[in-house]
Design a protein around this ligand. Structure first.
Ligand SMILES: NC(=O)c1ccc[n+]([C@@H]2O[C@H](COP(=O)([O-])OP(=O)(O)OC[C@H]3O[C@@H](n4cnc5c(N)ncnc54)[C@H](OP(=O)(O)O)[C@@H]3O)[C@@H](O)[C@H]2O)c1
Length: 254
């Protein structure tokens, strides 16, 4: 029997690519996000390619919405074996001195508390499957800091702390915890969201970088970790484009 994979933030970027890839691997994908029009298009695409997917409207900052996601998962006949906590993002690039508390609050609520809410809601089903996997999409910002990145790096450090803590706490139980830490990934919306819709500023992030990672590259890493034999726990996978040797060391042409 096939099993269920839940992907949060599946309406764009890494989440959408992961949903497509996991469906191709044979999972029934529960694609969750707030924008259901985009999820419906994704589901149609996955089904046209011969896969199985279901769209679920979910705001990871809402307890009720996350409870409804868990109910939608429980209503499916297949066991739930995989949760990909991907919903998240950055807002602003301001110094700590003048950063917006609202931006920080948003980043904490979506990245950190969103991961907490969804993981808590789905853990019973993942454990009941006898072979569960929790993936947390953190970032290289989960172990590095940079100027202007205070709010985002703090949130990603917190997600990394959740992954490490949860792995210790679940030791001896049938749920593994995998942390994925991408560097620069060129997705359609990540930098646009960060800069409040300023397309020029968003594009400048990738200026001169011949080949930044794309969403499919990260989806590939997630799918690889999730499809190893269940006794193999990839604790943490750090992935960057070749042009990015470190957060501050990016090779740009021109
Ligand atoms: N792009 C990068 O360079 C990069 C690098 C390292 C790590 N990451 C991490 O990878 C993840 C995905 O990034 P991305 O580049 O694919 O960004 P993206 O294209 O902006 O996608 C973000 C996703 O999160 C969802 N989301 C935002 N708020 C939500 C909420 N309250 N409830 C449910 N879903 C919500 C969005 O869907 P809706 O708006 O429809 O809800 C969207 O599907 C994020 O956690 C990000 O921090 C990205």
């Amino acid at each position: 029997m096939t099993s269920v994979a839940i992907v949060t933030g599946a309406s764009s970027g890494i989440g959408a690519a992961t949903a497509r890839r996991l469906a191709a691997e044979g999972f029934h994908v529960l694609a969750a996000a707030r924008r259901t029009d985009r999820l419906d298009t994704l589901v149609t695409e996955i089904e046209a390619a011969g896969g199985r997917a279901t769209a679920v409207e979910c705001d990871v900052t809402s307890d009720a919405s996350v409870a409804a996601l868990a109910e939608a998962a429980a209503a499916l006949p297949e066991p739930v074996t995989l949760l990909v906590n991907n919903a998240g993002g950055a807002r602003g690039l301001d110094p700590v001195e003048s950063g917006s508390v609202r931006d920080w609050q948003w980043m904490y609520d979506v990245n950190v508390l969103g991961t907490l809410r969804v993981t808590q809601a789905l853990l019973p089903a993942l454990e009941a499957s006898g072979a569960g996997t929790v993936v947390i999409v953190s970032s290289t910002a989960g172990f590095t800091v940079y100027e202007g990145g205070g709010g985002y790096t703090a949130a990603k450090h917190a997600q990394t702390a959740i992954a490490g803590t949860l792995r210790l706490e679940l030791c001896g139980r049938p749920v593994r915890v995998v942390e994925i830490d991408p560097g620069m990934v060129k997705t359609e919306e990540f930098s646009l969201v960060r800069f409040g819709g300023d397309a020029e500023r968003a594009e400048a992030v990738y200026a001169g970088v011949a080949e930044p990672l794309v969403a499919d590259d990260v989806a590939d890493c997630i799918a690889w970790c999730a499809t190893r034999p269940h006794h193999v726990n990839v604790d943490r996978l750090v992935v960057r484009p070749l042009a990015q040797a470190a957060q501050h060391k990016v090779h740009r042409v021109g």
